[in-house]
Write a protein that binds this ligand. Structure first.
Ligand code: GLY
Length: 397
């Protein structure tokens, strides 16, 4: 942990505009407001409505990590380590209980191909020094009796957790507000133009005609981050939407049918404490389309029910689509823009926005306020890294 110098063009920002009231914007807003900054958070929708409410909430750095991406793993594991303390701080600050589901993830195989993939997954993680435990199908079914008898194999991945992102959004909005952040949402609070003088940001103009002056602007607008009106071409961070469709099912008998997060193929089942289950997810490159489709409902239920036949008895409560904000190298952008002074990013979290939320607030506030920080993690998320240089196409978008 070392002290990062504050670059000469980075004043301590007393007035900060945060564009986006999703998990990233709220966690940043809370952290900065708690540190004494004057913070205003803007969003065209109510907090968390665009993407955060759609997230499954897995805190899963090991099962989500690409095997060839040690940086993502390091970031995810650091983020997971923050979560228990963060949930406790958030509960204390908001008065809202933020339960963490702390049980090992079960990665399961439904057929021989998936069993081979599971063995590869286990081998790679073991070589990285990550604990995994191979389970016989019978042992997995003892843990989770709702699993189908046709199960071919399973791995328990310890330490992973899950949280309900909608609860986290509610708690963060209260905590940020109580710390002094002002949260303005609705169509009038949509940003019509980022204001700057060519070298540094000066604020933003909103749809209701207000010109809000600020020393710093943090863009935490998920998939829309590179498209804030008024952003100069060189500042158009290449963030693209990757659509994920998922279902929310509910057991009228209450919780307990499945207790652990289950991973299978490209899918997952995440139990909530109130008898709901999130069954996801598709991965689709379809731009800003967020329609829900019959085929996705079909495929998710077909695959999920092969694993847990009892899913077909549950109520189908919601069909959802969210847009994961993806960067070219898959890591988020958290920190100062290499272009306009006073412009900061907290975006590009792709599949790990919930996991990375606490760390995002801390890493960004460390840089903005010149606090001691973790330089290795800062390098992973640095918005100035070459992978995030806008292409001419991004600059025109
Ligand atoms: N983190 C799960 C997903 O993005 O689908």
């Amino acid at each position: 942990v070392t002290e990062l110098p504050i670059a000469p063009n980075q004043t301590r920002p007393d007035d900060v505009l945060v564009l986006g009231a999703g998990l990233a914007g709220l966690t940043v807003g809370w952290e900065l407001a708690a540190a004494g900054c004057r913070v205003r958070i803007l969003d065209r929708e109510a907090p968390g409505q665009a993407t955060s409410r759609v997230a499954a909430g897995m805190l899963a750095p090991v099962t989500e990590a690409e095997p060839d991406d040690p940086q993502q793993l390091a970031l995810g594991r650091a983020a997971l380590a923050r979560w228990p303390g963060y949930a406790a701080e958030l509960e204390a600050a908001s008065g809202i209980v933020v339960p963490l589901r702390r049980r090992p993830t079960l990665a399961v195989a439904r057929d021989r191909d998936e069993a081979e993939a599971l063995e590869r997954f286990a081998g790679i993680r073991e070589r990285l020094g990550l604990p995994v435990e191979r389970l016989l199908p019978s042992a997995a079914r003892t843990l989770e009796p709702a699993l189908a008898p046709t199960l071919r194999g399973a791995l328990a991945v310890p330490d992973e957790q899950a949280v309900d992102p909608r609860v986290v959004v509610r708690a963060l909005a209260v905590a940020a507000g109580d710390a002094g952040a002002r949260i303005a949402t609705g169509p009038g609070s949509a940003v019509e133009e980022l204001l700057h003088d060519g070298t540094r940001v000066t604020g933003a103009r909103t749809a209701d005609g207000l010109e809000l002056r600020s020393e710093a602007v943090v863009i935490a607008a998920g998939s829309w981050s590179g498209r804030v009106p008024g952003l100069p071409g060189r500042d158009r961070l290449p963030v693209r939407p990757v659509k994920g469709q998922l279902l929310v099912l509910r057991d009228p008998q209450g919780p307990g049918m499945v207790e652990r997060v289950l991973r299978f193929g490209a899918g997952y089942l995440v139990p909530r404490d109130d008898g709901r289950y999130v069954l996801g997810a598709t991965t689709e490159e379809r731009g800003f389309d967020h329609a829900t489709t019959a085929w996705a409902v079909h495929d998710l239920l077909r695959d999920g029910a092969e694993l847990v036949p009892g899913l077909l008895e549950l109520e189908l409560r919601e069909t959802l689509a969210g847009l994961r904000p993806a960067t070219p190298d898959g890591h988020p952008a958290i920190g100062p823009s290499p272009g306009l002074a006073g412009l900061w990013w907290a975006t590009g979290h792709y599949r790990n926005g919930v996991l990375l939320a606490p760390l995002t607030g801390t890493l960004l506030a460390d840089r903005m306020l010149g606090r001691p920080t973790d330089e290795a993690l800062q390098a992973i998320v640095d918005p100035a890294r070459p992978a995030l240089t806008p292409t001419p196409e991004d600059a025109r978008a």
